[in-house]
Write a protein that binds this ligand. Structure first.
Ligand SMILES: CC(C)(COP(=O)(O)OP(=O)(O)OC[C@H]1O[C@@H](n2cnc3c(N)ncnc32)[C@H](O)[C@@H]1OP(=O)(O)O)[C@@H](O)C(=O)NCCC(=O)NCCS
Length: 157
């Protein structure tokens, strides 16, 4: 695998990004969000912050990853994060997390929450590296396969 960091620009997700976002979503999850769910996020401007990471390796710009979060009541909730399988391990998710944290700080957020499948070692390691710690478990939260969610918190943010 090419372990070199990928240069990306993180930007607000737009409707025209959705075709690329939906491909990454379906390659990444057994129960992918639907287009309607992403559109709902894009239309929820008061609390939703959805970002894409764009890369241009010479063949034109493409979306290589995205993050969907809410910033509400002084809290950051990370609801979705995925990187295209062809671009993983090159720092893209880290860049997206850095960017959402900047936006959270700008909104005086003091605590961050997320949920992760218990067996998702890559995501758990990523979130731990970002200071998120397990604080609880939601039993049978996921389907296909059925599995618990581990609730993680970063406080102070
Ligand atoms: C989890 C995911 C978003 C990580 O994206 P990524 O761009 O590859 O992550 P990064 O390159 O920024 O990795 C940052 C850190 O995360 C951890 N990490 C990432 N992938 C890992 C893997 N396969 N195994 C172990 N640790 C991993 C490492 O600590 C890594 O730091 P390092 O590069 O110094 O070792 C990506 O694997 C993905 O899209 N998975 C499918 C969807 C998913 O599980 N989303 C999270 C839902 S909660």
């Amino acid at each position: 695998m090419n372990k070199m960091r990928l240069a990306v620009v993180c930007d607000a997700m737009r409707k025209k990004d959705l075709s690329e976002v939906l491909v990454i979503e379906s390659l990444s999850f057994a129960e992918p969000w639907t287009e309607e769910m992403f559109v709902h996020e894009l239309n929820s401007e008061r609390i939703a912050r959805s970002l894409v990471a764009r890369a241009d390796e010479g063949a034109g710009e493409r979306v290589v990853g995205f993050l969907c979060a809410w910033i509400v009541s002084g809290e950051l909730h990370i609801n979705n994060l995925a990187v295209h399988p062809g671009y993983r391990g090159r720092g893209v998710a880290s860049r997206l997390l850095d960017e959402i944290l900047v936006r959270a700080y700008a909104n005086a957020v003091t605590v961050g929450y997320l949920e992760v499948r218990e067996s998702n070692a890559a995501a758990s390691k990523l979130y731990k590296a970002y200071g998120f710690r397990p604080i609880g478990r939601r039993r049978n939260y996921y389907e296909h396969p059925r599995e618990d969610a581990i609730v993680m918190r970063r406080q102070p943010l």
